[in-house]
Write a protein that binds this ligand. Structure first.
Ligand code: UDP
Ligand code: MG
Length: 348
Protein backbone atom coordinates (compact mmCIF):
# COMPACT_ATOMS: atom_id res chain seq x y z
CA UNK A 1 0.00 0.00 0.00
CA UNK A 2 2.96 2.26 0.56
CA UNK A 3 3.56 2.03 -3.13
CA UNK A 4 -0.01 2.91 -3.95
CA UNK A 5 -0.04 5.94 -1.76
CA UNK A 6 2.93 7.38 -3.51
CA UNK A 7 0.82 8.69 -6.35
CA UNK A 8 2.02 12.14 -7.11
CA UNK A 9 -0.08 14.82 -8.72
CA UNK A 10 0.53 14.97 -12.43
CA UNK A 11 3.76 16.71 -13.19
CA UNK A 12 3.78 18.91 -16.24
CA UNK A 13 6.30 18.11 -18.89
CA UNK A 14 7.92 21.21 -20.20
CA UNK A 15 6.55 22.08 -23.60
CA UNK A 16 10.02 21.92 -25.04
CA UNK A 17 10.62 18.38 -23.82
CA UNK A 18 7.17 17.31 -24.96
CA UNK A 19 7.73 18.78 -28.40
CA UNK A 20 11.06 17.08 -28.71
CA UNK A 21 9.49 13.75 -27.76
CA UNK A 22 6.70 14.07 -30.27
CA UNK A 23 9.21 14.94 -32.91
CA UNK A 24 11.52 12.08 -32.11
CA UNK A 25 8.68 9.56 -31.96
CA UNK A 26 7.11 10.58 -35.26
CA UNK A 27 10.43 10.92 -37.01
CA UNK A 28 11.47 7.44 -36.02
CA UNK A 29 8.08 5.97 -36.76
CA UNK A 30 9.22 5.94 -40.37
CA UNK A 31 11.35 2.80 -40.00
CA UNK A 32 9.11 0.34 -38.22
CA UNK A 33 10.10 -3.05 -36.85
CA UNK A 34 7.76 -6.02 -36.92
CA UNK A 35 6.68 -7.40 -33.54
CA UNK A 36 7.95 -10.88 -34.17
CA UNK A 37 11.37 -9.69 -35.26
CA UNK A 38 12.40 -9.18 -31.67
CA UNK A 39 13.88 -12.22 -29.96
CA UNK A 40 14.83 -10.93 -26.52
CA UNK A 41 13.20 -8.09 -24.58
CA UNK A 42 15.19 -6.83 -21.61
CA UNK A 43 12.98 -5.14 -19.02
CA UNK A 44 14.56 -2.76 -16.50
CA UNK A 45 12.74 -0.71 -13.84
CA UNK A 46 14.65 2.44 -12.97
CA UNK A 47 14.30 4.66 -9.95
CA UNK A 48 16.92 7.35 -9.27
CA UNK A 49 19.73 5.39 -10.89
CA UNK A 50 21.60 8.15 -12.74
CA UNK A 51 24.92 6.88 -11.39
CA UNK A 52 24.49 3.37 -12.80
CA UNK A 53 22.83 3.99 -16.13
CA UNK A 54 25.73 4.79 -18.45
CA UNK A 55 27.75 1.74 -17.51
CA UNK A 56 24.59 -0.37 -17.61
CA UNK A 57 24.02 0.86 -21.15
CA UNK A 58 27.57 0.05 -22.22
CA UNK A 59 27.71 -3.40 -20.68
CA UNK A 60 24.18 -4.46 -21.57
CA UNK A 61 24.31 -3.39 -25.21
CA UNK A 62 27.69 -5.03 -25.72
CA UNK A 63 26.46 -8.31 -24.20
CA UNK A 64 23.25 -8.23 -26.24
CA UNK A 65 25.08 -7.29 -29.44
CA UNK A 66 27.26 -10.34 -28.91
CA UNK A 67 24.24 -12.60 -28.49
CA UNK A 68 23.60 -11.70 -32.09
CA UNK A 69 19.78 -11.93 -32.07
CA UNK A 70 17.39 -9.00 -32.51
CA UNK A 71 16.63 -7.47 -29.15
CA UNK A 72 15.01 -4.52 -27.44
CA UNK A 73 15.53 -2.89 -24.06
CA UNK A 74 12.57 -1.42 -22.17
CA UNK A 75 13.35 1.01 -19.41
CA UNK A 76 10.57 2.13 -17.11
CA UNK A 77 11.39 5.35 -15.33
CA UNK A 78 9.50 4.96 -12.07
CA UNK A 79 9.18 8.66 -11.25
CA UNK A 80 12.87 9.31 -10.65
CA UNK A 81 13.77 12.68 -9.24
CA UNK A 82 17.33 12.80 -10.57
CA UNK A 83 18.68 12.96 -14.12
CA UNK A 84 17.39 9.45 -14.98
CA UNK A 85 14.72 10.74 -17.35
CA UNK A 86 17.19 12.78 -19.44
CA UNK A 87 19.69 9.91 -19.55
CA UNK A 88 17.05 7.43 -20.75
CA UNK A 89 15.88 9.89 -23.40
CA UNK A 90 19.46 10.07 -24.60
CA UNK A 91 19.69 6.25 -24.73
CA UNK A 92 16.58 6.20 -26.87
CA UNK A 93 18.10 8.78 -29.20
CA UNK A 94 21.26 6.70 -29.50
CA UNK A 95 19.48 3.47 -30.44
CA UNK A 96 15.91 4.45 -31.32
CA UNK A 97 14.93 1.08 -32.76
CA UNK A 98 16.25 -0.93 -29.81
CA UNK A 99 15.59 1.18 -26.76
CA UNK A 100 12.11 2.00 -25.53
CA UNK A 101 11.41 4.18 -22.53
CA UNK A 102 8.22 4.26 -20.47
CA UNK A 103 7.95 7.39 -18.33
CA UNK A 104 5.78 6.98 -15.25
CA UNK A 105 3.87 9.87 -13.80
CA UNK A 106 5.17 9.30 -10.27
CA UNK A 107 6.62 6.44 -8.24
CA UNK A 108 4.48 3.32 -8.45
CA UNK A 109 7.04 0.77 -7.31
CA UNK A 110 9.38 -1.67 -8.97
CA UNK A 111 6.74 -4.31 -9.70
CA UNK A 112 4.39 -1.88 -11.42
CA UNK A 113 7.32 -0.57 -13.47
CA UNK A 114 8.00 -4.12 -14.64
CA UNK A 115 4.31 -4.71 -15.28
CA UNK A 116 4.04 -1.68 -17.57
CA UNK A 117 6.95 -3.00 -19.61
CA UNK A 118 5.50 -6.54 -19.65
CA UNK A 119 2.33 -5.19 -21.20
CA UNK A 120 4.37 -3.81 -24.07
CA UNK A 121 7.16 -6.28 -24.80
CA UNK A 122 7.64 -7.48 -28.35
CA UNK A 123 10.18 -10.27 -27.83
CA UNK A 124 9.81 -14.02 -27.48
CA UNK A 125 11.97 -14.20 -24.37
CA UNK A 126 11.72 -11.58 -21.68
CA UNK A 127 14.66 -10.95 -19.38
CA UNK A 128 14.02 -8.85 -16.29
CA UNK A 129 16.93 -7.24 -14.46
CA UNK A 130 17.70 -4.40 -12.05
CA UNK A 131 19.35 -1.19 -13.17
CA UNK A 132 22.05 -1.40 -10.52
CA UNK A 133 23.84 -4.36 -12.16
CA UNK A 134 24.00 -6.33 -8.92
CA UNK A 135 23.31 -9.16 -11.30
CA UNK A 136 25.77 -8.46 -14.08
CA UNK A 137 24.42 -8.24 -17.65
CA UNK A 138 27.19 -10.66 -18.62
CA UNK A 139 25.06 -13.40 -17.02
CA UNK A 140 22.21 -12.94 -19.50
CA UNK A 141 23.54 -15.52 -22.00
CA UNK A 142 23.36 -18.07 -19.16
CA UNK A 143 19.66 -17.39 -18.72
CA UNK A 144 19.12 -17.56 -22.47
CA UNK A 145 20.96 -20.87 -22.67
CA UNK A 146 18.74 -22.39 -19.98
CA UNK A 147 15.71 -21.02 -21.79
CA UNK A 148 16.80 -22.50 -25.08
CA UNK A 149 17.28 -25.84 -23.34
CA UNK A 150 13.48 -25.93 -23.05
CA UNK A 151 12.57 -24.09 -19.85
CA UNK A 152 9.84 -21.47 -20.03
CA UNK A 153 10.87 -19.85 -16.74
CA UNK A 154 14.49 -19.38 -15.78
CA UNK A 155 14.77 -18.18 -12.22
CA UNK A 156 18.00 -17.35 -10.53
CA UNK A 157 19.41 -17.31 -7.08
CA UNK A 158 22.27 -15.19 -5.90
CA UNK A 159 25.51 -17.05 -5.81
CA UNK A 160 27.60 -15.56 -3.02
CA UNK A 161 25.31 -12.71 -2.10
CA UNK A 162 27.29 -9.53 -1.68
CA UNK A 163 25.04 -7.34 0.46
CA UNK A 164 25.27 -6.22 4.05
CA UNK A 165 24.52 -9.38 6.08
CA UNK A 166 22.63 -7.94 9.02
CA UNK A 167 20.57 -5.41 7.10
CA UNK A 168 19.76 -7.22 3.86
CA UNK A 169 20.81 -10.86 3.70
CA UNK A 170 19.46 -11.95 7.08
CA UNK A 171 16.06 -10.22 6.78
CA UNK A 172 15.57 -11.48 3.25
CA UNK A 173 16.58 -15.04 4.26
CA UNK A 174 13.97 -14.90 7.01
CA UNK A 175 11.33 -13.47 4.66
CA UNK A 176 12.09 -16.17 2.11
CA UNK A 177 11.61 -18.87 4.71
CA UNK A 178 8.38 -17.35 6.03
CA UNK A 179 7.04 -16.93 2.52
CA UNK A 180 7.70 -20.48 1.41
CA UNK A 181 5.99 -21.72 4.60
CA UNK A 182 2.91 -19.53 4.17
CA UNK A 183 2.38 -19.55 0.43
CA UNK A 184 3.85 -22.92 -0.45
CA UNK A 185 5.82 -21.34 -3.28
CA UNK A 186 9.29 -22.79 -3.44
CA UNK A 187 11.36 -20.08 -5.02
CA UNK A 188 14.86 -20.14 -3.72
CA UNK A 189 15.57 -16.46 -3.81
CA UNK A 190 12.43 -14.41 -4.27
CA UNK A 191 14.24 -11.07 -4.01
CA UNK A 192 16.34 -11.81 -7.08
CA UNK A 193 14.47 -10.33 -10.02
CA UNK A 194 17.04 -11.41 -12.58
CA UNK A 195 14.93 -13.89 -14.52
CA UNK A 196 13.90 -14.94 -18.01
CA UNK A 197 10.30 -15.68 -18.95
CA UNK A 198 8.59 -16.96 -22.05
CA UNK A 199 6.28 -14.57 -23.82
CA UNK A 200 3.31 -16.75 -22.85
CA UNK A 201 4.09 -16.32 -19.14
CA UNK A 202 4.66 -12.59 -19.47
CA UNK A 203 1.33 -12.17 -21.27
CA UNK A 204 -0.38 -14.11 -18.48
CA UNK A 205 1.31 -11.97 -15.83
CA UNK A 206 0.24 -8.81 -17.63
CA UNK A 207 -3.32 -10.09 -17.91
CA UNK A 208 -3.49 -10.87 -14.20
CA UNK A 209 -3.99 -7.15 -13.60
CA UNK A 210 -3.39 -7.36 -9.87
CA UNK A 211 -2.66 -4.12 -8.13
CA UNK A 212 0.31 -5.21 -6.06
CA UNK A 213 1.79 -8.20 -7.61
CA UNK A 214 4.89 -10.30 -7.48
CA UNK A 215 6.24 -10.82 -10.90
CA UNK A 216 8.59 -13.62 -9.89
CA UNK A 217 5.92 -15.54 -8.00
CA UNK A 218 3.20 -15.12 -10.63
CA UNK A 219 5.64 -16.22 -13.30
CA UNK A 220 6.55 -19.28 -11.29
CA UNK A 221 2.89 -20.23 -10.83
CA UNK A 222 2.24 -19.93 -14.57
CA UNK A 223 5.38 -21.78 -15.67
CA UNK A 224 5.20 -25.32 -16.95
CA UNK A 225 8.90 -26.15 -16.88
CA UNK A 226 10.68 -23.82 -14.44
CA UNK A 227 14.31 -24.00 -13.45
CA UNK A 228 16.50 -21.94 -11.12
CA UNK A 229 20.15 -21.34 -11.84
CA UNK A 230 22.86 -19.62 -9.80
CA UNK A 231 23.95 -16.16 -10.94
CA UNK A 232 26.75 -13.92 -9.77
CA UNK A 233 25.73 -11.23 -7.32
CA UNK A 234 27.76 -8.11 -6.61
CA UNK A 235 27.45 -5.27 -4.17
CA UNK A 236 25.81 -2.16 -5.49
CA UNK A 237 28.72 0.03 -6.52
CA UNK A 238 26.79 3.15 -7.40
CA UNK A 239 23.74 4.74 -5.79
CA UNK A 240 22.00 3.06 -2.91
CA UNK A 241 19.33 0.43 -2.34
CA UNK A 242 15.82 1.75 -2.87
CA UNK A 243 14.46 -0.55 -0.21
CA UNK A 244 14.59 0.02 3.51
CA UNK A 245 13.43 -2.41 6.18
CA UNK A 246 9.93 -0.91 6.21
CA UNK A 247 9.49 -1.37 2.46
CA UNK A 248 10.79 -4.92 2.78
CA UNK A 249 8.21 -5.73 5.45
CA UNK A 250 5.45 -4.12 3.36
CA UNK A 251 6.46 -6.05 0.31
CA UNK A 252 6.40 -9.31 2.26
CA UNK A 253 2.98 -8.52 3.65
CA UNK A 254 1.75 -7.86 0.12
CA UNK A 255 3.16 -11.19 -0.91
CA UNK A 256 1.35 -12.99 1.89
CA UNK A 257 -2.03 -11.41 1.34
CA UNK A 258 -1.61 -11.66 -2.43
CA UNK A 259 -0.88 -15.37 -2.57
CA UNK A 260 -2.14 -16.91 0.62
CA UNK A 261 -5.13 -17.02 2.92
CA UNK A 262 -2.90 -18.35 5.70
CA UNK A 263 -2.95 -15.17 7.84
CA UNK A 264 -6.77 -15.25 7.92
CA UNK A 265 -6.87 -18.98 8.54
CA UNK A 266 -4.25 -18.97 11.28
CA UNK A 267 -6.17 -16.20 12.90
CA UNK A 268 -9.45 -18.09 12.77
CA UNK A 269 -7.86 -21.22 14.24
CA UNK A 270 -6.25 -19.12 16.94
CA UNK A 271 -9.61 -17.46 17.64
CA UNK A 272 -11.22 -20.88 18.15
CA UNK A 273 -8.45 -22.00 20.48
CA UNK A 274 -8.63 -18.84 22.57
CA UNK A 275 -12.44 -19.05 22.81
CA UNK A 276 -12.19 -22.64 23.99
CA UNK A 277 -9.61 -21.74 26.62
CA UNK A 278 -11.55 -18.72 27.84
CA UNK A 279 -14.66 -20.90 28.00
CA UNK A 280 -12.80 -23.23 30.35
CA UNK A 281 -11.56 -20.27 32.38
CA UNK A 282 -15.09 -18.91 32.76
CA UNK A 283 -16.38 -22.33 33.87
CA UNK A 284 -13.56 -22.56 36.39
CA UNK A 285 -14.27 -19.05 37.75
CA UNK A 286 -18.00 -19.77 38.09
CA UNK A 287 -17.09 -22.97 39.97
CA UNK A 288 -14.87 -20.99 42.36
CA UNK A 289 -17.60 -18.37 42.83
CA UNK A 290 -20.08 -21.06 43.83
CA UNK A 291 -17.72 -23.00 46.11
CA UNK A 292 -15.50 -20.32 47.67
CA UNK A 293 -17.81 -17.34 47.27
CA UNK A 294 -16.92 -13.85 46.02
CA UNK A 295 -13.17 -13.01 45.85
CA UNK A 296 -11.30 -9.97 44.53
CA UNK A 297 -7.88 -11.53 44.01
CA UNK A 298 -6.81 -12.38 40.52
CA UNK A 299 -8.04 -9.06 39.18
CA UNK A 300 -4.74 -8.44 37.44
CA UNK A 301 -4.69 -11.89 35.93
CA UNK A 302 -8.06 -11.04 34.51
CA UNK A 303 -6.75 -7.76 33.16
CA UNK A 304 -3.75 -9.40 31.56
CA UNK A 305 -5.99 -11.94 29.90
CA UNK A 306 -8.23 -9.12 28.74
CA UNK A 307 -5.39 -7.05 27.35
CA UNK A 308 -4.05 -10.08 25.56
CA UNK A 309 -7.39 -10.78 23.93
CA UNK A 310 -7.85 -7.14 22.96
CA UNK A 311 -4.46 -7.10 21.27
CA UNK A 312 -5.33 -10.30 19.44
CA UNK A 313 -8.57 -8.73 18.26
CA UNK A 314 -6.74 -5.65 17.00
CA UNK A 315 -4.25 -7.79 15.09
CA UNK A 316 -7.17 -9.62 13.55
CA UNK A 317 -8.82 -6.44 12.43
CA UNK A 318 -5.51 -5.41 10.89
CA UNK A 319 -5.20 -8.63 8.92
CA UNK A 320 -8.79 -8.48 7.71
CA UNK A 321 -8.09 -4.86 6.80
CA UNK A 322 -5.20 -5.92 4.57
CA UNK A 323 -7.48 -8.16 2.55
CA UNK A 324 -10.28 -5.62 2.47
CA UNK A 325 -7.72 -3.06 1.28
CA UNK A 326 -6.72 -5.35 -1.57
CA UNK A 327 -10.35 -5.89 -2.54
CA UNK A 328 -10.88 -2.15 -2.42
CA UNK A 329 -7.97 -1.51 -4.73
CA UNK A 330 -9.33 -3.95 -7.29
CA UNK A 331 -12.92 -2.78 -7.00
CA UNK A 332 -11.93 0.84 -7.47
CA UNK A 333 -10.69 0.09 -10.97
CA UNK A 334 -8.11 2.80 -10.73
CA UNK A 335 -5.15 2.42 -13.04
CA UNK A 336 -2.29 0.64 -11.31
CA UNK A 337 0.16 3.13 -12.71
CA UNK A 338 0.07 6.24 -14.82
CA UNK A 339 2.21 6.60 -17.89
CA UNK A 340 3.27 10.10 -18.83
CA UNK A 341 5.01 9.30 -22.06
CA UNK A 342 6.45 6.44 -24.09
CA UNK A 343 9.50 6.86 -26.27
CA UNK A 344 9.59 4.19 -28.93
CA UNK A 345 9.46 3.46 -32.59
CA UNK A 346 6.06 2.23 -33.59
CA UNK A 347 5.86 -1.53 -34.13
CA UNK A 348 3.84 -3.54 -36.69
N1 UDP B 1 13.10 0.40 -8.34
C1 UDP B 1 11.98 0.98 -8.94
N2 UDP B 1 11.05 1.62 -8.15
C2 UDP B 1 11.16 1.69 -6.79
C3 UDP B 1 12.30 1.06 -6.19
C4 UDP B 1 13.22 0.43 -7.00
O1 UDP B 1 11.82 0.94 -10.17
O2 UDP B 1 10.30 2.26 -6.14
C5 UDP B 1 14.11 -0.26 -9.19
C6 UDP B 1 15.54 0.16 -8.97
O3 UDP B 1 15.88 1.28 -9.76
C7 UDP B 1 16.31 -1.06 -9.36
C8 UDP B 1 15.37 -2.21 -8.94
O4 UDP B 1 14.07 -1.63 -8.85
O5 UDP B 1 16.52 -1.14 -10.75
C9 UDP B 1 15.79 -2.84 -7.63
O6 UDP B 1 15.97 -1.86 -6.64
P1 UDP B 1 17.19 -1.91 -5.62
O7 UDP B 1 18.45 -2.27 -6.35
O8 UDP B 1 17.20 -0.64 -4.86
O9 UDP B 1 16.73 -3.10 -4.68
P2 UDP B 1 17.70 -4.16 -3.95
O10 UDP B 1 18.67 -4.66 -4.98
O11 UDP B 1 18.36 -3.39 -2.88
O12 UDP B 1 16.75 -5.21 -3.48
MG1 MG C 1 19.78 -3.82 -6.19
Amino acid sequence: MAEKMAIHPAKKTTTKAALKATRSVSKKGASPIANNDVYVSVVIPVYNEEACLESLYQRLTSVMDNVGKPYEILFTNDGSKDQTSEILRDFHDRRPHQIRVIEFNGNFGQHMAIMAAFERVRGQIIVNMDADMQNPPEEIPKLLAAFEAGHDYVGSYRDGRDDSFLLRTLPSKFMNWLRSKATGIKIRDQGCMFRAYSRRIVDLIAQSAESSTFVTVLGYIYASNPIEIPVVHQARFEGESKYDIYKLVRVTFDLFTGFSMAPLQIFTVFGFLVSALSGLLVAYLIGRRLIIGPEAEGLFTLFSVLFFLVSVAITGIGIVGEYVGRIYQVVRHRPRFLIKEILEEKGE
